[in-house]
Design a protein around this ligand. Structure first.
Ligand code: FE2
Length: 284
């Protein structure tokens, strides 16, 4: 994704969400709504990094149990699609990117149906035309914002901010909390911010320091950052709906999960009008 954006009073903000698992019976939905509303109120652009929907279908022998059903409907893919569209519609003019996670990929693989593609297409019909479309991203990719001041002659004093986003893969990392994944992606990709999801941890590495010689033979030190966004699954095993026993296959039993999102604050330098090198990434 590439987008041009404007500073507001010397500042430009992003809100990074992932693993919202819409339609799951064990997510903190009110907290998610509050966090999305706060992001909009603060004027941030919103990005999602996969697992937008839970989409564990009755045909999934490994993961499905009746306590995971949204309702008694048979058309579960239609139900999940329209639930996600209705849920995200209040924020539609603030969302720039929706990526794909393993939960979104599974119905494509086993049912030939792309929920993220359908949801993005439907959301784009509800969006202000002047904004352009929400970008439907894949499992990983680059997102770049070119931020500046909008003058009558066009966008001036532009600076680029580049994000490498990957939904993540593999089992939970209850001990290292994803630091090994940071080192894997930092080795192979070049960005200002590395953004991972999937593991429901909230780890940050704010000091990825590299030096180099520029084309002009000048010595330069650059700082990148890396962040995991945890998502909105409950931290603990959920209790049965109506007594009895509900199966939980995950490893919540010994490792509590994090909950929430992250924000990025980019600042404009007052004298050079360019973006300040140091940016903020804050887990909330
Ligand atoms: Fe995931």
């Amino acid at each position: 994704m590439y987008k041009e954006a404007e500073y507001t009073k010397g500042w430009f903000g992003l809100a990074l969400f992932s693993d919202v698992h819409l339609g799951a019976t064990d997510i903190q939905e009110q907290r998610l709504k509050d966090d999305l509303k706060r992001s909009c109120d603060e004027g941030r652009r919103i990005l999602f990094n996969g697992d937008m929907v839970e989409a564990i279908l009755p045909t999934d022998r490994k993961r499905y149990t009746p306590s995971r059903a949204m309702s008694n409907r048979d058309d579960v893919l239609n139900e999940a699609t329209y639930y996600a569209v209705d849920f995200l519609t209040p924020y539609v003019d603030y969302i720039d990117l929706i990526g794909t996670g393993n939960h979104d990929d599974a119905p494509i693989k086993y049912n030939g149906y792309d929920i993220v593609g359908a949801v993005v297409t439907l959301l784009n019909t509800k969006r202000s035309k002047s904004l352009g479309n929400i970008h439907r991203a894949g499992y990983w990719g680059y997102a770049r914002y070119s931020v500046g001041n909008m003058l009558p002659s066009g966008l001036k004093h532009k600076s680029a901010f580049t994000i490498y986003h990957h939904h993540g893969a593999g089992g939970a990392s209850p001990v290292t909390k994803g630091m090994i994944d940071f080192n894997r992606i930092v080795y192979s990709h070049d960005a200002d911010l590395y953004w991972l999801a999937h593991k429901h941890v909230g780890t940050q590495d704010p000091h990825i320091i590299r030096d180099r010689l520029t084309q002009q033979n000048r010595y330069e030190v650059r700082r990148s950052q890396a962040v995991f966004t945890p998502g909105y699954k409950n931290a603990t095993n959920f209790s049965p709906k109506d007594g009895g026993y509900n199966y939980d296959y995950s490893d919540h039993f010994y490792s509590m999960q994090a909950c929430g999102y992250a924000v990025v604050n980019l600042y404009q330098d007052y004298s050079t009008k360019l973006m300040k090198k140091d940016f903020e990434v804050i887990s909330r």
